[in-house]
Design a protein around this ligand. Structure first.
Ligand SMILES: [Zn+2]
Length: 281
């Protein structure tokens, strides 16, 4: 994987989305036996799970460049119309901005956290991060006590307040044709940019969000995740796992240490932020 596929440094990645989305375009690739990276771009992740009874999409990227996602789904060999379930990691426009358009296109059921839904009702511009985001209604809310099931896939959610009040992480087992199982995990919002006192106060969120973020990361670090799905590829050098010679080869993503290291590094980052030793990022 060459460095050229990374997003170049830019003040605001939305500049790419609005002015030149092709510069962050990314071909789809497989990350687990039945899971494909289909955001169509290198900035924000989105995952398509083939459950054998319809498709699940985790996160929807941004509406202005949604063609990158729908094209990626097709290039991966799937029909966007077969998406039956859409799960949102958190209410920021780079992850849910494309939701309304996809909801209309696919008629898929949509699930999100109750917490981010409440923020959406009262602070639409904030939960969407952009005042011109397109509103939508979900079909249901997550419960950490109840798995989300479709076909062969059962997804466990974990509420991880911090990045937003309702940031939700996802965990599910995926099995290959020979019976080998892989635990896939995705932290729903690992960026610490919203965990500084300044941000939390400005958004009216409690400061304990930061400690909760730290505690959740440390707890999840011990979970035996085999495949760490990145909500933003640059946070984990995720694209280095791609075999571009054969994008259906997911073995480059099987790495139990990657998840643990990522969680501990995120926790440490937030702790440093709390001690005033680093800036939010
Ligand atoms: Zn976010």
């Amino acid at each position: 994987m060459g460095e050229f596929r990374r997003v170049p440094a830019m003040e605001d990645p939305y500049e790419y989305v609005e002015r030149c989305p092709w510069k962050i375009a990314c071909e789809p690739f497989r990350v687990a036996p039945h899971v494909w990276y289909v955001s169509g771009n290198t900035w924000v992740g989105a995952y398509l799970i083939d459950t054998g009874d319809g498709l699940i999409l985790i996160d929807t990227f941004e509406v202005r460049a949604l063609y990158l996602l729908t094209e990626a789904v097709r290039k991966a060999g799937f029909d966007p119309g077969e998406i039956k379930l859409i799960l949102l990691s958190h209410g920021h426009a780079d992850h849910c901005g494309g939701l309304k358009a996809l909801q209309e296109m696919t008629k898929a059921k949509v699930y999100m956290s109750k917490e981010d839904y409440e923020v959406k009702k009262t602070h639409f511009d904030r939960v969407f991060f952009r005042p011109d985001g397109q509103d939508f209604e979900p079909d249901g809310f997550y419960s950490d006590q109840k798995t989300i099931e479709l076909g062969t896939i059962r997804i466990r959610t974990k509420l991880c307040p911090g990045h937003t009040p309702g940031t939700t992480s996802f965990f599910f087992w995926d099995e290959d044709g020979e019976g080998k199982r892989y635990l896939c995990g995705m932290h729903g919002g690992a960026g610490t940019g919203f965990l500084s006192d300044e941000y939390l106060d400005d958004y009216g969120y409690p400061r304990w969000f930061r400690q909760r973020f730290v505690d959740d990361c440390k707890e999840m670090a011990s979970w035996p995740v085999d495949i760490c799905l990145a909500s933003h590829p640059n946070m984990t050098n995720f694209l280095s796992g791609v075999n571009w010679e054969d994008p259906s080869d997911y073995q480059g993503f099987v790495d139990r240490g990657a998840w643990r290291n990522f969680m501990l590094e995120r926790a440490e980052d937030a702790e440093r932020l709390g001690r005033g030793e680093t800036r939010a990022r």
